[in-house]
Every structure is written in structure tokens, then in C-alpha cells.
Design a binder for this molecule. Structure first.
Ligand code: ATP
Length: 205
């Protein structure tokens, strides 16, 4: 099985596109969602977070105290790096276990917003970058999350510029409302299935 990463800036349409891949039978690991789950349920990770931020990092009910952590890492880049150094390996291990458990598919998809920023794309066999113009992304996220323009722009400013994500992509999906998503997904799917077949043929010859 090939491991295919899918990334793109906020609101570029990663999740929407992953849903299309799912209709083709491709399993998708939603790394950002899973990271949130692991921060509550992976014991080693929970311990690490408590060591880094103190017991206050979790509420009495065992939920993550997001405002408390956010306020610390907002002003402390070193703490943010340390947090990432705890979370990224945990998500990578979990994603690898998930990938290994998938059966009878040519490839799996791993969706993560910051895959290029974190360097996680190096662990993928192939990378798909979803591209949508900034103005379209802003409007889509404002509508989806019911937030102000400034809030979306602030989130965009924390991500790498789109061109950096495009530079390292093996496949690009244009989600600008003009190119058909279904057609692009089908084309990439075909290429990946053929590639997997060829690799298997060569390996068994
Ligand atoms: P995030 O990085 O915030 O998780 P994302 O890249 O996963 O975002 P989506 O949630 O898939 O992006 O899309 C953002 C919003 O734009 C959603 O409300 C989605 O329904 C809408 N959207 C995505 N693609 C299109 C499209 N081609 N036409 C219309 N709306 C779209």
C-alpha cells in the first residue's frame, strides 16, 4: 500500500476532497482530528502534556484546557515546539498503525493541514496539495465557521505560503470552483492505482 499525504491551506478543501476519495473506497486518516483524540486518550501523550504545562492542562473532567494551553504557546515559541515534539510522533505512530491495518487498497490517504510545515510529508510516498485562491478560502471559512475575516487571515498568516506546499507536491488539485473536483480526484486515483500495480509487478518479477 502506498501512503499518500493530502495537505493544503486552511479552507482549501482538503476534507471535502477526502470525502470524494472515500467514495472510491480509499480509507482516510484525518490526522488533525485524530491528534485531538490522542491528546485525550494516549496516556504517554497526556503525561507529556501535563509535564510540559502542569496539571492545569486538563480540566477535572479530563478534557484539554485549550484556552490555558493556547495562552501559553501564543507567547512562547519554545513551548509550542515542545508541544509539537510530543504530538507529532504520537500522531505519526498512530497513523502508521492505522495504515498497516488497512487491507486490499492500493493506497491510503493521510490528511493534515500542516504536513509540509511539520515535515511529516517526508514520511509519505506521495503528496497531494489542494490549492484554492486565498480570497475563496477566506470566504469559504468565514461561511463554514461563522467567523470574521480577520480571524481567518490570522490563521492563514501562521501557515506556510501556498507556493511552498505546491513546490513539494506530486499532485495538485485546484479547488477554485472552476475545475471539476471529481474529475481531478478520479485522475489522481487512477495514477496511484496504476503506480501501485506497477510496483507490485516489478517486485514480483
Ligand atoms: P481546514 O483546513 O479548515 O480543515 P479544509 O481544507 O479541510 O479546511 P473544507 O472544510 O473541505 O476545507 O472546505 C472549507 C469550506 O469550503 C467547507 O465549508 C466546504 O464545504 C467548502 N468548499 C470546499 N470546496 C468547495 C467547492 N469546490 N465549492 C463550494 N464550497 C466548497
Amino acid at each position: 500500500m502506498l501512503k499518500v499525504g493530502i495537505t493544503g491551506g486552511i479552507g482549501s478543501g482538503k476534507t471535502t476532497i477526502c470525502r470524494i476519495f472515500e467514495t472510491l473506497g480509499i480509507p482516510v486518516y484525518y490526522a488533525d482530528e485524530r491528534a485531538k483524540w490522542l491528546m485525550l486518550h494516549d496516556e504517554a501523550l497526556v503525561d507529556g502534556v501535563k509535564q510540559l504545562f502542569g496539571e492545569e492542562a486538563y480540566t477535572k473532567e479530563g478534557l484539554l484546557n485549550r484556552p490555558f494551553i493556547a495562552q501559553i504557546v501564543f507567547n512562547d515559541q519554545a513551548k509550542l515546539n515542545q508541544l509539537n515534539q510530543l504530538v507529532h510522533p504520537a500522531v505519526h505512530r498512530d497513523g502508521q498503525t492505522w495504515h498497516d491495518a488497512q487491507k486490499d487498497v492500493a493506497y491510503t490517504l493521510n490528511e493534515a493541514a500542516l504536513m509540509v510545515e511539520s515535515g511529516g510529508y517526508h514520511k509519505m510516498d506521495q503528496l497531494i496539495t489542494v490549492f484554492a485562491p486565498k480570497e475563496i478560502r477566506i470566504n469559504r471559512v468565514m461561511a463554514r465557521d461563522q467567523v470574521e475575516r480577520a480571524a481567518v487571515e490570522a490563521r492563514i498568516s501562521k501557515q506556510l505560503p501556498e507556493e511552498e506546499k505546491l513546490k513539494v507536491a506530486h499532485h495538485i488539485i485546484y479547488n477554485d470552483g472552476e475545475h471539476s473536483l471529481i474529475q481531478q480526484v478520479h485522475q489522481i486515483h487512477q495514477v496511484l492505482v496504476e503506480r501501485k500495480k506497477l510496483i507490485e509487478e516489478i517486485a514480483s518479477s
